[in-house]
Design a protein around this ligand. Structure first.
Ligand code: GLN
Length: 199
């Protein structure tokens, strides 16, 4: 069976992730119900608004099913997606999935108008390269556990992390057409590690 990646499409910036996966030639589908998780091999939790995403995950009865899906399959979270994957978002309105051993502070980079595109350096295995990405009301990773691998830092702070199968980013690579994190998170599915250099 062809492997497929799901994109949580309850709210937020999910379409651009589909464009990245289309570009990589990877099958994808939007996830809105628990049953959608039965037919996919990885999941993207996109950017958006983590308080709203919490309510919609709850309403769709997706919390437990995403947690059990994540025990066996890789998850990539961007911005609000990273917040949802954290151990603690230090905000009672956000019910995090606890998939990454990190704590985050929401909106640490300011309001919506303070979004910016900037360059960061990725260090991943033998790959070291500069890429442009977009930060929009980005969360800050304020604590990370020993098992968390830092893939990239921004202004000295971790902004891209990997732990076990999962990858979390405080920014939006999909808004700049950057696919390297999709390749890292879903390397078993995309199977083109040699192309990491091509981002
Ligand atoms: N500030 C948003 C939140 O707290 C995240 C912003 C984003 O995903 N671009 O959920």
């Amino acid at each position: 069976m062809v492997k497929k990646i799901g994109i949580l499409a309850l709210q937020g910036n999910f379409q651009n992730h589909k464009l990245i996966l289309d570009h990589l030639g990877v099958e994808s589908t939007y996830v809105r119900y628990s049953s959608n998780l039965d037919h996919i091999n990885g999941l993207i939790i996109p950017g958006g608004e983590s308080t709203t995403m919490t309510k919609l995950i709850d309403k769709a009865g997706l919390y437990e099913s995403i947690v059990s899906f994540a025990a066996k399959n890789p998850i990539l979270g961007t911005c609000a997606g990273l917040i949802m994957m954290a151990d603690n978002a230090m905000d009672d309105r956000v019910n995090t999935l606890k998939l990454l051993d990190i704590d985050v502070e929401r909106n640490a980079s300011g309001r919506q108008i303070h979004s910016l595109v900037d360059t960061l350096t990725i260090n991943y295995n033998d790959v070291q390269k500069k890429i442009d990405v977009t930060f929009i009301r980005a969360p800050k990773i304020v604590r990370y556990g020993n098992n968390v691998n830092i893939i990239a830092k921004y202004k000295g702070e971790p902004c891209a992390v990997q732990s076990g199968m999962h990858v979390g980013l405080s920014f939006h690579p999909e808004l700049n057409g950057i696919s390297i994190f999709h390749k890292i998170a879903f390397n078993n599915i995309i199977n083109n590690r040699q192309e990491l250099h091509a981002a």
